[in-house]
Design a protein around this ligand. Structure first.
Ligand SMILES: [Ca+2]
Ligand SMILES: [Ca+2]
Ligand SMILES: [Ca+2]
Length: 295
């Protein structure tokens, strides 16, 4: 008896998904799409539709599929992304051999797929999941993570590459410092040039000096650029006066004096860390915060 056809078997019936981890299956799927990699052009395929909720890197992967039922016992996926049904293929990946999205989630033989696309908020993408060649079909995991910049949110806080001192960040944190964790950056109040309620607080700092920086451009995408023992995630245009952390925390307000209505500004806190996590220069950064200033 044939398996029931997946509801999202045909591109026209793509399942609309948001960011997160989704479970799917290729069991019962038939081929209606094509792809340029992984000998998957005529493989069974299923479809998802995702509308970007950020501007910047979008990470789509099947990390966790190949080892889901046990080491190397899951299916061998191929992932491709299109700008529409029967549209242009924007990217295709069979096996993610880089230390990118699947680090720690695909061990043994690497068969999970990962794609990173530069996207703009509001753009819709069709994601095709297929299996390699005529290999086995089965369940898969689909991960969608819009890691770019979102108004009123942190970025540069879940990097895919190791920090300069070869450690990864915890989610929501900058690169690890001598306190053992990475610093955080949290906003309070409303960014309005006509008000003064907006403030930024950096925490999980060593009790050292540092200063807030701001810039209208983001640099280095999701990872920023490695500088010192951390990541610089913006093009600095202004440095605020130095401050000293107390109990690992420092707060600043009155950013509205250096913002224009409608301007998108990124913020980060730079701080000294003379204990040196490695020989990175004795300084580090929080993640960055983006906001668009209201009148
Ligand atoms: Ca299909
Ligand atoms: Ca594996
Ligand atoms: Ca694969």
């Amino acid at each position: 008896m044939a398996s029931p056809q997946a509801a999202n078997d045909n591109c026209a019936n793509a399942e609309i998904i948001g960011e997160g981890v989704h479970s799917g299956t290729l069991v019962g799927a038939t081929n209606d799409g094509t792809a340029s990699c992984g000998v998957s052009a005529s493989s069974p395929d299923v479809w998802y539709s995702f509308t970007a909720n950020c501007t910047g890197p979008l990470v789509v992967s099947t990390c966790g599929t190949h080892d889901g039922p046990g080491l190397d016992l899951g299916i061998d996926t191929v992932l491709s992304v299109f700008d529409g049904c029967n549209g242009n293929e924007l990217d295709c990946n069979d096996d993610d051999y880089t230390p990118l999205a699947c680090a720690g989630l695909d061990n043994g033989t690497l068969r999970d797929s990962a794609i990173i696309l530069d996207v703009s908020i509001g753009e819709t993408f069709l994601i095709r999941v297929a299996n390699y060649s005529s290999g086995a079909t089965g369940p898969f995991v689909l991960r969608v993570d819009c890691t770019g910049i979102t108004n009123g949110a942190e970025y540069c806080a879940e990097a895919l590459y190791p920090c300069p001192c070869f450690a990864f960040s915890n989610p929501g944190e900058g690169c690890p410092n001598t306190t053992g964790v990475g610093a955080t950056l949290v906003a309070a109040g409303d960014p309005s040039v006509g008000a003064s309620s907006f403030s930024l607080t950096a925490a999980q700092l060593p009790d050292t000096s540092g200063l807030f920086v701001q810039g209208t451009s983001a640099v280095g995408g999701v990872d920023g650029n490695p500088v010192g023992e951390g990541r610089l995630c913006l093009g600095p245009q202004k440095r605020y006066s130095p401050q000293s952390a107390s109990n690992g925390t420092v707060t600043r307000s009155n950013f509205q004096n250096f913002a224009l209505a409608g301007q998108s500004i990124n913020y980060q806190y730079w701080y000294r860390d003379p204990g040196n996590v490695c020989n990175g220069g004795g300084f580090n950064f929080t993640p960055a915060w983006n906001c668009i200033w209201a009148p």
